[in-house]
Design a protein around this ligand. Structure first.
Ligand code: NAP
Ligand code: GLV
Length: 313
């Protein structure tokens, strides 16, 4: 089996070494410009168009992340980039779900216990106890109840706050009040105190974090966006913070990454910024999952995590 690898800024030698250990019979190479030699599988993150276009020999393309918006955008801009008969397969959890649960729980508890405000008080050398937020009404709403959203929702619920979840199709998760489809969107949002976004970025979900969405939340709500920058209408966030409709936001993802130094978000003390690190791709877990799926495909078996290109996730 021949495997092509492409992941900018990664330690390619380490990835190839781990793949060679998992699949000793495989021939592995890092893709270089002009490489059109045969391959069975491509393992990629944000590949250039030339790597995939016209490669009808591929049996599958493995995306080294959960989100496939970048590779689908390439297909959208240059139709035919993705080989017709090769499924696109994304990572499922591979250690990202616990990372995401930690990140979001940390942010929710920080707001619940008002640590953000205590940090400001400390900077002003003020000794003052703030009225705690009542836990029973500190409702957390998780947009997206997939591999990551479901684990985040359950982890947050274990701290005793009411938790709601929103997905496209109906889901049942113990301890979570579930809403599904556009007709239940407003009911999901109404009165939510912390809105967490874990939707994939698709034509249906772009700009979902907007003025209208914010207006349905409880007054002084919090936003945690860990999915994609394209979900957020940035000006609407700044206005919602200025009006007090939102109290604060934690953002891990941005329309432009790295976030440019002159971006207004850097100047807004109520916005907490992290550099797209809420759930990193872990090499060991990812190689193990991808290698297992390659072996299954070679045996003619089906695998999970196949992206529905039309749906966008
Ligand atoms: P997933 O398993 O595919 O789950 C997606 C969830 O969103 C599903 O519950 C799906 O509904 C729901 N959904 C999709 N379109 C919808 C729509 N139009 N309306 C309502 N619900 C919709 O994805 P995942 O593995 O949890 O990952 C989610 C996203 O997290 C990724 O796409 C990626 O953008 C982001 N991410 C970010 C980082 C980071 O470091 N910041 C790391 C990893 C992933 P159904 O259940 O009905 O299908
Ligand atoms: C990271 O953002 C991912 O989609 O895995």
């Amino acid at each position: 089996m021949k495997i092509l690898f492409y992941m900018p800024h990664a330690d390619a030698a380490a990835w190839l070494h781990d793949f060679a250990r998992a699949l000793p019979e495989a021939e592995l190479r890092e893709w270089q410009t002009g490489d059109t030699a045969p391959a069975d599988f491509a393992v990629v993150w944000r590949p250039p168009r030339e790597m995939l276009a016209g490669r009808d020999d591929l049996r599958a393309i493995f995306n080294l992340g959960a989100g496939v918006d970048a590779i689908l955008a390439l297909e959208h801009e240059h139709p035919g980039t993705l080989p017709r008969n090769a499924p696109l397969i994304r990572l499922e959890d591979t250690g990202m779900a616990p990372q995401m649960a930690e990140y979001v729980t940390h942010a929710v508890l920080r707001y619940l216990r008002r640590f953000d405000e205590y940090q400001t008080l400390q900077s002003e050398r003020r000794w003052q106890v703030l009225e705690p937020h009542p836990r029973e009404t500190f409702t957390v709403g998780v947009l997206g109840l997939g591999v990551l959203g479901a684990q985040v929702a359950q982890t947050v619920a274990s701290f005793g706050m009411p938790v709601r979840g929103y997905s496209r199709s109906a889901r049942q998760i113990d301890g979570i009040t579930a809403f599904a489809g556009e007709t239940q969107f407003d009911a999901f949002l109404d009165g939510v105190k912390v809105l967490v976004n874990l939707l994939p970025h698709t034509p249906d979900t772009g700009d979902v974090l907007n003025k209208r969405t914010f207006s349905r939340l409880a007054k002084g709500a919090y936003l945690i966006n860990v999915a994609r920058g394209g979900h957020l209408v940035e000006q609407d966030l700044l206005e919602a913070l200025a009006s007090g409709q939102l109290a604060a936001a934690t953002l891990d993802v941005f329309r432009e990454e790295p976030l440019p130094p002159d971006h207004p978000f850097w100047q807004e003390p109520r916005i907490t910024i992290t550099p797209h690190m809420s759930a990193l791709t872990l090499r060991e877990e990812s190689v193990a999952q991808v290698a297992r799926k390659m072996a299954a495909l070679m045996r003619g078996e089906g695998v999970s995590g196949v992206v529905d290109v039309e749906r966008g996730y």
